[in-house]
Structure formats: C-alpha cells, structure tokens
Write a protein that binds this ligand. Structure first.
Ligand code: TTP
Ligand code: MG
Length: 364
C-alpha cells in the first residue's frame, strides 16, 4: 500500500499523570497541579496540568524551580501503578478498533487504521470514537493526530492539544512542511539542531533545499532519512508488539553442558538478553502468557518446558530450567528461553502459538 492511502492515528493523552490526579482530586483540578518529587530535595516534575504550564512549569524541571516559577503549585507524588492501570484500560480500547497498535509509552500509541472499515473508513471519525470511549471509560481526555505516516500523525496530535484532534491530509503536506521547525523531526536532537542552526537551517523547507548528497555529507547516514522527513515522507511501519506471538533468545555452546551450575549461568545470561529484547520490543508484563525453557541435546533432539506466568522473573526461569534439567539429565548443546504472548483476540489465540518451532512441549 502506498503511503498516500495509509491512515495512521497517533493518540496522546493530555497531561496524562496530572490528568489522573485531577480526575481523582476534582477539588484541585482548577489549580496549578504537578506530579513529581518534593521541592525541598532534588525532586523533579514528572508532568503538570495546563494551568501550571502557564507558569512555564514543565516535565523534567526541578521541583524547586517549578515552585519558584509558580509559588501556588501543588505537587503530588507519582502514583505509577494507577497510571499503568489507566494505560492498560486505554490499550484495551485501542484493541477494539485495530490489532495494529504500537505503544510508545504509557500515554501514547500509534494505530494503523489503513485497513479499517469503521465509520466508512474514516480515520478521523474513528479517532473521535476512540477518544470519546477513552473519556467515557477513564474520565481522561486524549488528543489525536491523523496522517498518512507516523511522523506527521505524531506532529498532528500535538497541534490542537488538549482534547482535540487534527488531520494532515496528503494535499496539505507540502505547505505544512515548509514552516515546520527542524526540531520537530524525530532524531533531530540538541546537537543536530545546533549544527543545523550553524548552517542556517531552521525549517523543513530549508532542509529541502539541500540535495541528498549534501545531506549525507553533513549528516552521514541520517541524511537519507532527513531527505524524506523534511518532505513529510516517512515509510516506517506501525510495529505492533501485539502481533508478536512469542519472544525468545537462545544460545548454542561450543561444548555441551552437563553440570547444573553451567546451565544456571547460561540461563541468567540469556535472561539478561531477553530483557533487553523485550524492552526494545516494548513488551510489558501484562502481555505475558507463559514462559518456556528449551534444551537441545547432543543428539539434536529438542524439548521445551513451559509454565504459565505473568511476570518477567529471573528466578522463575532458573526454577523452570532446574526442573527441566532434573527431568532430562542429558548433555545440552543449546538453551533457549522465552515467553509466549497473549494474542490480539481470544479467537485467534487458540491453538496457534508455538514458541519454539518443531519442538515438543511438556507443560507443567
Ligand atoms: P507526555 O505525553 O510528553 O506529556 P503529558 O501527557 O503530561 O502532556 P501532553 O498533554 O503535552 O501530552 O508524557 C506522558 C507522561 O509521561 C506524562 O504525563 C508524564 C510522563 N513523563 C515523564 O515521566 N517524564 C518526562 O520527561 C515526560 C515528558 C513525560
Ligand atoms: Mg501526553
């Protein structure tokens, strides 16, 4: 499908953590309110409501400075578990509309609605419905951006904040890009901005004036992406971790393992690798269905042991591996560990998950 036809929606909750606090403490809703650490110590502001933003209070500002800018600021402690809980509810709402969801953080996600036929295929009407359902369910407001690519959808969601949405149609893109500041381009951080400023590049139009070769010369491999992004072109896909059925890592050893100690050591090593992969794939505990440990023996037979789980737990892998080891005490040439993940819909979930291909699975 060409990008012209793509329909990407970016949903971003309005002053998310602060909004949760305002919902739960309506008496504070009209006051300047932030969540974060205490101003007496070295606390920082996690986020604040829009009243506080008028005083130039913002995320990552030291709480001490925040109170200096806004003496009446009320700072509540972070309640991450509550924010996580709300985030899960919001995720569940997204899942009613599409399986193609890429969560970016607790309060932000991309949805690919290209194949969606709801509301006569209107992504902006679908976005309205999603925002309304979020509000009905959680009492919190969200903003949305709609465009034919992730880059523009994300910019659009910021355009009419709070509690609103904005669509960038393909016809609007050339004009829109002209005035867009380069700092809005993902990947253009402080250093790149500085370099661009030296080159008198402030807007995407300024960038468009550079040839691909010039961009490569100035910005290396990022030059190709800058060429596209400055024209409002972004081919990156909505990467749905929900579509993933499993995640695993494995290692083959040059010498078969026979001692439990060496098996245990490998399990811990693999666990650290798995954790990194899970972070990259943005997989959260609530997506976990079961964990598995696979052994491939010296005769190339392989056998996995599986156990249901809801937690990413090193000790649990060790225990599962230990049981597996006791039951099948043979030289091991390969160990794999991983998780099976809950799938998009219950219907699809049945019978299709196989963490390790062509392996027999013993379940405990
Ligand atoms: P954002 O979406 O960046 O901010 P926001 O939702 O508070 O406000 P906006 O209406 O502008 O979207 O971040 C979402 C949550 O992530 C935010 O409520 C708190 C948290 N957060 C941090 O913990 N540290 C940070 O530096 C930022 C920016 C956000
Ligand atoms: Mg937000």
């Amino acid at each position: 499908m060409s990008d012209i036809q793509k329909k990407i929606v970016h949903i971003d909750m309005d002053c998310f953590y602060a909004a949760v606090e305002m919902r739960d403490r309506p008496d504070l809703a009209s006051k300047p309110l932030a969540v974060g650490g205490r101003p007496e110590g070295r606390g920082v502001i996690t986020t604040c409501n829009y009243v506080a933003r008028k005083y130039k209070v913002h995320s990552a500002l030291s709480s001490r400075e925040a109170v200096r800018r806004c003496p009446d600021l009320i700072i509540l402690p972070n309640r991450f578990e509550v924010y996580r809980q709300e985030s899960r509810k919001i995720r569940k709402i997204f899942e009613k509309y599409t399986n193609l969801i890429e969560p970016i953080s607790l309060d932000e996600a991309f949805l690919d609605l290209s194949e969606n036929s709801l509301f006569d295929g209107s992504a902006s009407e679908t976005a309205k419905a999603i925002r309304w359902e979020i509000f009905e369910t959680t009492g919190l407001t969200a903003s949305a951006g709609i465009a034919n690519c992730k880059f523009l959808a994300k910019i659009a969601s910021d355009w009419k904040k709070p509690n609103n949405q904005f669509t960038i149609t393909p016809a609007m893109i050339p004009e829109f890009m002209k005035s867009l500041p380069v700092k809005k381009i993902p990947g253009v951080g402080k250093q790149t901005q500085k370099k661009m400023a030296q080159l008198k590049i402030e807007t995407c139009l300024d960038l468009q004036k550079l040839s691909l070769d010039q961009l490569r010369f100035q910005f290396g491999s990022f030059g190709d992406r800058l060429y596209d992004l400055s024209r409002g072109v972004d081919h990156s896909k909505v990467k749905s971790s929900r579509q993933r059925k499993s995640i695993s890592v494995e290692n083959t050893f040059s010498k078969d393992l026979t001692e439990w100690e060496s098996v245990e050591k490998q399990i811990f090593k693999l666990f650290d690798e798995l954790k990194i992969r899970m972070n990259k794939a943005k997989i959260q505990d609530d997506q976990l269905k079961s964990m598995a440990v696979k052994f491939k023996f010296s005769d190339f037979r392989s056998l996995s042991k599986e156990r249901s789980t809801r937690l990413m737990d090193r000790q649990a892998f060790r225990d599962l591996a230990f049981d597996h080891y006791l039951e099948n005490n043979e030289p091991i040439r390969l160990i794999g560990i991983g998780f099976k993940l809950k799938s998009q819909t219950l219907k699809k979930q049945r019978g299709q998950l196989n963490l390790f291909t062509s392996d027999s699975l013993s379940t405990s």
